[in-house]
Structures are given as structure tokens and as C-alpha cells.
Design a protein around this ligand. Sequence first.
Ligand SMILES: [Zn+2]
Length: 149
Amino acid sequence: MKTNQFMELALEEARAAGARGEVPIGAVVVLDGAVIARSGNRTRELNDITAHAEVAAIRMACEALGQERLSGADLYVTLEPCTMCAAAISFARIRRLYYGAEDPKGGGVENGVRFYAQPTCHHAPEVYSGMSEVQAAEILRGFFQGKRD
Ligand SMILES: [Zn+2]
């Protein structure tokens, strides 16, 4: 599978999360070309504000591998990670981070605290942004528009 196909899976997870009434963000963890975890936001389902798609996918991947870190793994997520998720991605030693839309209001990678640029950040993934950003932003916009109507 190619990188854009992994992002397609993340978009699928985002749509599924939206259908469950969660904020529609999806994440996929890939190791050696294989998907080892995929999740959407689960904060409402689990009553857990830390259950963002990225953290949920990282937890699932760590469980699947029976280890606390994901060195060499790549993470695909539909929206720029928040500060909490940016930190979790760093702590998990994710190799590459691919994200779709940027999040000027809540992002922590290229917006906000820019976690990976801080001297207190000891592992920064390679970051690739803008992949499928139009679709990712559209899913979010549709979700919040539906809430207002
Ligand atoms: Zn987050």
C-alpha cells in the first residue's frame, strides 16, 4: 500500500467516528508496510478525553506488538495532532507523522506550541502535512455544520 492509501484508511476512520457522534478524526499506525492499528476518536464512547484518534491508535498498536514504543512505525492522521497527541507520538518514537488538514486552533505541530521544535522534545518524527487535507477538512466541516443545523 502507498502512503495515500493509508491516509484513505484514516479518512475512513474519521468518517466512522463522525457517524458515532465523535469528532471525526481518524488515525492509522503502519509498520513495515502493514497497518497494525487504526482508530477514530473515542472520547465520548470511553468517557476519556485522552482517547483522541492518535492516542487510541498508538495504544492499540503497542498492545498488538506487546511493547511500549513504536520505533520505525509511521502514523497517519487526518488532522494536525494537538499538543497531547504530538507528545504521545514523540514518546512512542514514531518515525514519520503524516497528517491531513492543519489545525490553527488546536494543533501542536506546526501551530500552537510546535512541540517538536522545543528543546524539551527528545524525539521528533519526520513530519509530512497536507496529505488529503481537502477531504479531511471537509469531513470536519460537515460534522460541525451538522451540529449547528
Ligand atoms: Zn489529540
